[in-house]
Write a protein that binds this ligand. Sequence first.
Ligand code: PMP
Length: 305
Amino acid sequence: MQYPEWIWHNGAIKRWEEATTHVMAHALHYGSSVFEGIRCYETPSGPAIFRLTDHNTRLYASARIYEMPMPYGLDEINAACREVVRRNGLTRAYLRPFAFRGLGGFGLSADTPVEMSVGAWFMGPYLGPGALETGIDACVSSWQRFAPNTIPAGAKAGGNYLSGQLVAREARRLGFGEGIALASTGLLSEGAGENLFLVFNGTLHTTPVSAALLNGITRDSLIRLARDAGIEVVERDLPREYLYLCDELFMCGTAAEITPIRSVDGRQVGAGKPGPVTRRLQELFFGLFDGSTPDRYRWLEPLDA
Ligand code: PMP
């Protein structure tokens, strides 16, 4: 990865190599960080950050769950996100605002001060070149998601991604593009870093927030875009075997955008290529950035605001 030149750290823009923390930082030892992933797209009216405020609102919600007092406010972090993209001369970017417990005190319940930072860099399709067009081969992981009364899946916290790493690394090691995890109930949860949608007879089905998943902002956007386009959407518990029976299947997330899945566990999904509902949603979603889908919810937040 080619590192960008500038990064925002604790209230100031710094050179990449100067934005450091101590090896004894609490977050390194105990996973005490919360973060977001946000994309900036080029649009006909200039670069725009997709649902910047909604993402950063979730950042504060994650911090609240873990009782992390945030040293900067939402407006400051929104401004920091814009500044980092601009300073690095980026127009298409992936942004990573985050907060973590740094140095000072060392117990699990220590009131270790919270630091905040925002990075931004160029990122193409997360699940590999061509993934958006041809789809990927996925597998159901041998690892389950954490049970709801263990680690809250609704917080986007660093520690959660140990689970995600087990799922994603196992999938890649076995030659798959991504892993899908079951919840501790045995029902479908989500991908290692993506929510799931299944299509049956033209209707979209997605797993509910009670299935140990992150309530994705892309998921929410697609539910709204689909309903506005007259496509029925059902949030429901789904058993694993529905992966093998559905007409279409795709993953979604900020990084993965809308990635079709052409097979699961070596079994072909539908026609083995992106189906009509998946392609329609891709059109509606990416249409937000070329202007062909009206931005009726004001999701595009201009870079130069
Ligand atoms: N689930 C997990 C575990 C994720 O890490 C992500 C990516 N943040 C998502 C779902 C999708 O969330 P969003 O659409 O808000 O990026």
